[in-house]
Design a protein around this ligand. Structure first.
Ligand SMILES: NC(=O)CC(=O)C(=O)O
Length: 293
């Protein structure tokens, strides 16, 4: 039987309620991550923009400098908090995302930081597809007013478990990155995200299940809790889809932690029963994963 996930993994997704105070957000994230670790989670995920409100007017105010790495604590309190939390929890930690300012170019990014159980930085992802939408009478949002897009896809190796693909929110609407990660062996595709009360009911679970069925991998979507006093109303509904595209765990809109037990058999069985990964007709269409590393 093929191995994608080297040993069973308890995954925890923290649907965090964040506010305007970054220091409070960081210490609240710490307590929820430690709670998840106590429950046995080996990989813990925070939501998109977990240390700030979500909105283009907030990004410059909350942005931190991550390069050159490692930043000082003054340059990035969130980097240092996440590193310390991962080590204290003794778990892999995907730090949702934070607004980043790259000093040499003065460009802003929406960036995710991933830490090992020793607190070492093992990966970063800058949101590659910016959330620019206009649904008249419902929602207008233009991340590109402030943010620049990242220019790389991200696959990270968790040595004890295997590979994961990492992308942020709107990135999930573009299936190519997920397929590349899966074809490189990822057992899990993780999306810290903040859909809203218009696009969430329409597409959030559908996209999570779609990326799972396309790639026969686990998919994790981690949202902030909904705050009706905030300018942006996050959908919530943090969820995990299994490699057969069943939703195995899903939150409502309030703060909570959801868990899922991931195992290799669930991946290997569906891939052997419906072997789409070996049935592709690259003679009819290009192999989108060719040349990616
Ligand atoms: N917030 C996002 O990046 C994406 C989103 O809400 C959507 O695609 O819908």
């Amino acid at each position: 039987m093929a191995t994608f996930l080297k040993k069973p993994l308890k995954l925890a997704l923290v649907q965090l309620a964040s506010g305007v105070d970054k220091t409070v957000n960081l210490s609240h994230a710490r307590s929820k991550v430690l709670e998840a670790a106590k429950a046995g989670a080996g990989l813990i995920v925070l939501p998109e923009c977990f240390n700030s409100p979500y909105g283009t007017n907030f990004f410059p105010k909350y942005a931190e400098t991550l390069l050159p790495s490692p930043p000082t604590i003054e340059q990035s309190p969130s980097f240092h908090a996440l590193s310390a939390i991962a080590a204290e929890a003794n778990a892999y930690l995907i730090g949702g995302s934070i607004p980043e300012l790259e000093p040499s170019t003065q460009k802003y990014y929406n960036t995710s930081l991933v830490f090992s159980p020793t607190g070492a930085l093992i990966g970063t992802h800058r949101k590659t597809h910016l959330f620019d939408i206009d649904i008249p009478g419902k929602i207008q949002f233009k991340e590109s007013d402030v943010l620049s897009p990242g220019n790389k896809l991200t696959v990270i190796d968790l040595p004890e478990y295997g590979k994961i693909g990492l992308a942020i929110c709107y990135d999930i609407r573009f299936p190519e990155g997920a397929m590349i990660a899966a074809r490189q062996g990822a057992f899990l595709l993780v999306y810290p995200g903040a859909f809203n009360t218009t696009t969430g009911p329409l597409h959030w679970a559908l996209l999570g299940r779609a990326r799972a069925v396309d790639n026969q991998s686990y998919v994790a979507l981690c949202s902030p809790a909904r705050d009706l006093d905030a300018a942006y109303h996050a959908y919530g509904h943090t969820l995990v889809a299994d490699p057969s595209a069943n939703i195995v765990s899903e939150a409502e809109d309030k703060e909570t932690i959801i868990y899922a037990d991931l195992d290799n058999d669930s991946i290997a069985n569906i891939r052997s029963g419906i072997p789409i990964s070996t049935q592709r007709r690259f003679d009819l269409y290009p192999d989108v994963s060719a040349g990616q590393k």
